[in-house]
Design a protein around this ligand. Structure first.
Ligand code: HMH
Length: 226
């Protein structure tokens, strides 16, 4: 059996996940000191990010060549819309942000750039492009969730415990494994040139992951108030 695609790109990709894990936003969630306003910015921005992200799974479902692949994309779509976004809705409720306000969040510049890039890559290419465009999202959060859960007391934190619990849960771990398996299956037997292009999509979305943390930490929207 040939080497799995995700194993082959791992040495490069892990540097991105480590940088995300070491970002002050993530570190401060881990020790409970993160400013709640920064976290609220994440909840709102991430909610509208996930609406666009969910579309990728729908695109993948329609581009899939066989039923098994359709099922995997559909499972991902269900997981994002109902399991992952429930976390955001539950936090929003605690913060007295109603669901209409949450859904009406204006995506920031980085958020818009990230989702536009993903959707463009997903729409322009074959089904393997869709799997590549959505992978950094689940892979990085799964890495971060599992690492944060190892910090003593982090799972019990009154503010960030449920975040860490969800992203380190079996359900989310399964969702990410499903995305990784999809990528590996769709990358099988692809020529080197195409594998390089898929790797590039994963690296670029990985950079966007880092920038998303930074955007939330600095509560950025767009550069000029109008
Ligand atoms: C920006 C971003 N990346 C990844 C995830 C994990 O699904 C998320 N919720 N938001």
């Amino acid at each position: 059996m040939s080497e799995k695609f995700t194993d082959r790109i791992y040495p490069r990709i892990i540097k991105l996940w480590e940088a995300c894990f070491n970002h002050p936003f993530v570190q401060e969630m881990g020790n409970g000191s993160l400013d709640l306003d920064k976290f609220k910015h994440w909840i709102k921005q991430d909610y509208v990010y996930l609406i666009e992200y969910a579309r990728l799974f729908a695109i993948g479902t329609s581009k899939a060549a066989d039923l098994e692949t359709m099922n995997s994309f559909a499972k991902g779509l269900d997981g994002v819309l109902f399991m992952e976004m429930d976390l955001h809705r539950s936090y929003a409720k605690d913060f007295s942000i109603n669901e209409d306000e949450l859904e009406a969040t204006e995506p920031s510049a980085i958020n818009t750039a990230y989702t536009s890039y993903m959707l463009n890559k997903a729409q322009a290419g074959g089904v393997e492009n869709v799997a590549a465009a959505l992978l950094a999202c689940s892979w990085s959060y799964s890495y971060i969730g599992l690492k944060l859960a190892e910090i003593p007391g982090a799972l019990e934190d009154k503010n960030y415990g449920s975040w860490i619990e969800m992203y380190s849960s079996k359900e989310f771990t399964d969702l990410n494994e499903n995305a990784m398996e999809l990528m590996n299956k769709l990358a099988e037997d692809k020529p080197e040139r195409e594998l390089k292009a898929l790797e590039e999509i994963i690296v670029k979305t990985g950079y966007f992951e880092y920038m998303f943390w930074d955007m939330c930490y600095n509560k950025e929207t767009w550069s000029i108030d109008l």
